[in-house]
Design a protein. Structure first.
Length: 161
């Protein structure tokens, strides 16, 4: 069992897409540290009736030291379209020690980025200072549906710069 996947077995699958990029395709520059660094829009085709709120976890499993967290956000209303540059919900601390979206920014080469969307049966009462581990503990047993959209981004650093 991986620490970044839901541990519940009774959850439904969410179909998560984006107008910005397709599954396993290139994430546009504007959603990265090389662009304006704003979150992409996300579309969810179906939400279970028991959905009270949404949460998002964005990670880079190809990071050189463990999986790198780029964004944690919760208490997004139960909506089918999360707009680009999302300002809804409450953000926790990512691995840049920021509590907002920090887009793909690999040191070198191609990395995959997972945009994980959780439909929850509750709103969360959490501090904006929490990190991934506490976020995952808080959503455990509250996930009614889960989906993931993966994209790739490449940076080539020349001459060590």
């Amino acid at each position: 069992m991986t620490p970044f996947a839901p541990v519940q077995t009774d959850i439904m699958k969410l179909d998560v897409k984006s107008k910005s990029f397709q599954q396993n395709e290139v994430i546009p520059r504007k959603h990265t540290c090389d662009g304006v660094n704003i979150s992409p829009s996300l579309d969810i085709a179906f939400l279970p009736n028991s959905t009270v709120s949404l949460a998002i976890l964005v990670e880079d499993p190809d990071a050189p030291i463990n999986t790198w967290v780029h964004w944690i956000v919760w208490n997004i209303p139960a909506i089918h379209h999360i707009p680009e540059h999302c300002k809804m919900g409450t953000s926790g601390m990512n691995d840049f020690s920021k509590n907002f979206y920090c887009g793909p920014c690999p040191v070198n080469g191609t990395h995959t980025y997972s945009f994980k969307v959780y439909a929850l049966d509750t709103k969360l009462n959490l501090s904006g200072k929490i990190r991934k581990y506490d976020f995952l503990k808080a959503i455990d047993n509250h996930i009614v549906a889960y989906g993931e959209l993966n994209g790739k981004y490449t940076r080539q650093i020349k001459n060590g710069l």
